[in-house]
Design a protein around this ligand. Sequence first.
Ligand SMILES: [Zn+2]
Length: 355
Amino acid sequence: MLIDCPDCNARVDGEVVGSVEFVNDPDEVDEPRRRLSLLRCPVCGNPLVALDVLSTVSESGEFWLSAERIWPPCTMLSPSIPAKIRDSLEEADKCIRSGAFTAAVAMTGRALEAMCRHFGTKSDVLAGGLKELLDREIIDKRLFQWGDELRINRNLAAHATGERFHGWHAGSLFTFALAICNYVFVLNEQFAEFLEHKDDVNKLMKQLVESLRGRKAKRTVVRGNPKRLWTLGHPSRRTQFRYEGSVADGCMLLQVGNPKIEASFFQAALMTFSGREVRGGFKEDDPPRDSFGEWIKNNSRSINGRCLTPRHASFIAAILCHETGVTSRLDGASTGVRALLVAAGEQEDIRPFFA
Ligand SMILES: [Zn+2]
């Protein structure tokens, strides 16, 4: 069973020591069968516990969705982010995973409040706190703008305004909050570390030259070998396409206009849909609400720097499924067969959920 081993920091084929199959609520007709397995990492020998869900049963056998590692627990947030802020972000993430989007927005706002408190801002309200962080140059103008947007939405979410938040909305705001925290705590710390060691110029320069050389060589190889993939969906409706690059380095679709998909846009998509099942929504004009296609359409200009359509979303989804822990399945329950993505935040964080 494929699973991410935190000690090896790699995806491994875990040896199944034992499994128990069960359903959460036996009275519920549509309740999926789940399987809890104790695994042993074939590399380091450490124990791992995985949970996976039965997706479909056909003549060719049972199809189980990729297993989620539930022990040791997955961590997504950097330990450099102070615990009180991390707690709120983790809570917001949990809300998004369980579809409580309004609560997620409120918790995301709470993370910002915790950040203001961490820096001891004097103002009692978030607006004043953020302004103070800007004045003290802890955040810059752009982060202030993101923070202020979060503040406005958090006010709508926390009070009985009747405002309803959708998944992409909560996910986007969460992505912005995480970006602010990563900028303020993680990157600053890394930069301070860099400054501390910069005297060792020769060593650093050598490492830098080596890493650049490695990257250049890798890119050249990728460029020379476009990858060929099929889009997701029903076999009768899939099309083949070609692309260069990777999720990690960013991609270029080899088609009219050669649209580029930045690595940061892939990351934002993975973070937004982490642990959730989302409808493909690849229809050009009118993607369904809360679908992957709608998210690509609404967020590509701001995050990717160029507008992409739901049609591009079908290629992006296929690339994510090919290169990361994201999986897809066909949903035959509706009249048309459509693709569903089971998104994974990071390769070691695969949490399939049913919509
Ligand atoms: Zn291992």
